[in-house]
Design a protein around this ligand. Structure first.
Ligand code: DC
Length: 225
């Protein structure tokens, strides 16, 4: 490995807006390299799910911080086990995603989740996906990718996912929802969604996930040489 790759287990940070394909791309890169994978959005979603279950408002910073600190969660392959229950599917509900986007704007909640995210950095390496992986959580990542795609392309992907799961969906309301979420994630005061100055921008509007994965693997292998 060359000197730009930190000895303290290498990290590839993949950030980008909702439905940019980060999850699929990042998990495929992790699998190809045999590295660990952190879907940091799922951690914010877990706090939102727990808040919904305990009747805590998405602006109640103190109680949300307590939930964030006390989360009893383990990741087991595809499963996300919260208090003994696999909640993977529940985390994908739109109300959980919207709640996550709202509580993610609270500095106390972000701070409470920081160490938990860093603990995923384990041998032989980590691929982390989110909004602030390259800027805040793993600023020393040896490769930072910022995935983008037009809001229409992202809404269409989300639409197909929902229909594929047998759920109902409306393209126009998905576009509006994505715009609202982008706006909140981009304009929040703490750790806003923005490319790190040393990130490689990758627009996936017309690029397939397979090609995006290959592009990232090629870059990673070049830098690890
Ligand atoms: O990636 P996702 O859609 O599962 O993330 C859900 C919300 O969590 C997203 O709207 C913003 C927030 N989030 C964040 O603020 N920082 C991260 N690193 C990951 C997610």
């Amino acid at each position: 490995m060359n000197q730009n790759v930190p000895a303290n287990f290498p990290v590839i940070a993949i950030d980008g807006p909702t439905a940019s394909g980060k999850g699929t791309v990042a998990s495929s890169v992790a699998m190809a390299l045999g590295w660990h994978f952190l879907d940091s959005g799922s951690i914010y979603r877990l706090v939102a799910l727990q808040a919904l279950r305990s009747g805590v408002g998405f602006d109640d910073a103190e109680r949300l911080m307590a939930i964030a600190k006390a989360l009893d969660v383990s990741f087991d392959g595809e499963e996300v086990v919260l208090d003994g229950e696999d909640v993977k599917d529940k985390l994908r509900h739109e109300e959980v995603g919207n709640g996550a986007s709202r509580l993610a704007a609270l500095p106390m909640v972000r701070e409470a989740l920081l160490e938990r995210q860093k603990s995923f950095r384990q041998k032989p390496g980590l691929v982390a996906d989110g909004r602030d992986m390259g800027t805040v959580v793993f600023p020393d990542a040896f490769l930072k990718i910022f995935l983008t795609a037009s809001v229409e392309a992202r809404a269409e992907r989300r639409y197909k996912q929902l229909i594929g799961k047998g759920l109902s969906a409306n393209l126009e309301s998905l576009v509006l929802d994505l715009k609202e979420r982008d706006d909140r994630d981009t304009n929040r005061a703490v750790a806003p969604l923005k490319p790190s100055s040393d990130a490689v921008l990758l627009d996936t509007t017309t690029l397939s996930a397979v090609h995006a994965v290959k592009f990232i693997l090629d870059l990673a292998r070049q830098r690890m040489r």
